[in-house]
Design a protein around this ligand. Structure first.
Ligand SMILES: CCC(=O)Oc1c(C)cccc1C(=O)O
Ligand SMILES: [Ca+2]
Ligand SMILES: [Ca+2]
Ligand SMILES: [Zn+2]
Length: 315
């Protein structure tokens, strides 16, 4: 009946306590009222709502709530908190109003299916499995993964890269790059050039789903000579992304370059130049042009982009 924004908290997937923005709602159930603290963050210009699928596959499922201000669902705690971090990143860095730049509601569903070692953007919302405890913990436990998924949403409203072959690998790469940029923005103390490390294989240390610094560490190509011509996984979008991922790593770590400059170049390319059918060469051109727009013709930044893509075999 009545709703008001309150501060609550909960323990995340890695056992840390996070402060959460909740919505205190008084609901009528038959002839009695109940006060629920729902994972509905009304403190930002975009509403952030977190749901549970209760290990089924109907989306979005039901809103996560508690009868106290403590949310007792680690996967939901992290999905809710990290979605806010990603919103704040895009707002702070680029003045972007969320996924569609129009402050659409940011929806996440956790506990999707059973032993599901996956996370995805389904065209309207983010969805996270619980993992299986061996290959991964609950996938919303990694900020870089949530940032990766939400960037799939941003891409859909911008370049909308076709999810197949080279444009699909670019789609994956832009999500990996922004996943890494956002980890640097919010978790500098544990920043790396790998994806999903916080939740990947809890029994194995120092590994991840993918590496941007050295894609070959996980069997992905880091050069066009090793492009994986396959029909599986929409033409190998999760493996061939290693090639543009390596270029991103080389750009950001070139002399005279910073992650702050690199993310501005990537965002401008995603919004102003890339289109649905852009391939690796078109991405090189888009990123060079973005660097020229921002830093000038023949600038250190534009030359770093050119050199990085040539280093991975894209001329
Ligand atoms: C780094 C996040 C990521 O790659 O999520 C996926 C997983 C874990 C499995 C299948 C697809 C995706 C994806 O979002 O592309
Ligand atoms: Ca990472
Ligand atoms: Ca591990
Ligand atoms: Zn992806």
């Amino acid at each position: 009946i009545r709703t008001v924004s309150v501060t609550g908290s909960g323990i995340g997937v890695l056992g840390d306590t996070k402060t959460l923005n909740l919505d205190k709602v008084t609901v009528k159930i038959r002839n009695k009222t109940e006060t629920q603290y729902q994972t509905n963050d009304l403190t930002r210009s975009a509403v952030i709502t977190t749901y549970t699928a209760n290990n089924a596959t109907r989306l979005p499922g039901s809103i996560v709530y508690s009868l106290s201000q403590i949310i007792n669902d680690p996967a939901a705690v992290d999905a809710h908190y990290y979605a806010g971090v990603v919103y704040d990143y895009y707002k702070t860095k680029f003045g972007r109003n969320g996924i569609d730049n129009g402050n659409m509601t940011i929806k996440s569903t956790v506990h999707y299916s059973r032993n599901y070692v996956n996370a995805f953007w389904n065209g309207s919302q983010m969805v996270y499995g619980d993992g299986d405890g061996v290959n991964s913990l609950a996938l919303s436990g990694g900020l870089d993964i949530i940032a990766h998924e939400m960037t799939h949403g941003v891409d859909e409203y911008e370049a909308d890269l076709i999810y197949k072959d080279q444009s699909g690998a670019l789609n994956e790469s832009f999500s990996d790059c922004f996943g890494t940029f956002i980890e640097y923005f919010a978790q500098k103390n544990k920043f790396d050039w790998e994806m999903g490390e916080d939740v990947w294989t809890p029994k194995i240390a120092n590994d991840a789903l993918r590496s941007l610094q050295d894609p070959t560490k996980y069997g992905d190509p880091a050069h066009m000579n090793d492009y994986n011509y396959t029909t599986s996984d929409n033409g190998g979008v999760h493996t061939n992304c290693g090639i543009p991922n390596k270029a991103c790593y080389l750009i950001a770590t070139s002399s005279g370059m910073t992650i702050e400059k690199t993310e501005q170049i990537y965002y401008r390319a995603l919004v102003n130049y890339l289109t649905q059918s852009s391939d690796f060469k078109a991405a090189k051109e888009a990123l060079i042009q973005s660097a020229v727009d921002l830093y000038g013709v023949n600038s250190v930044e534009a030359n770093a982009v050119k050199a990085a893509f040539e280093a991975v075999g894209i001329y």
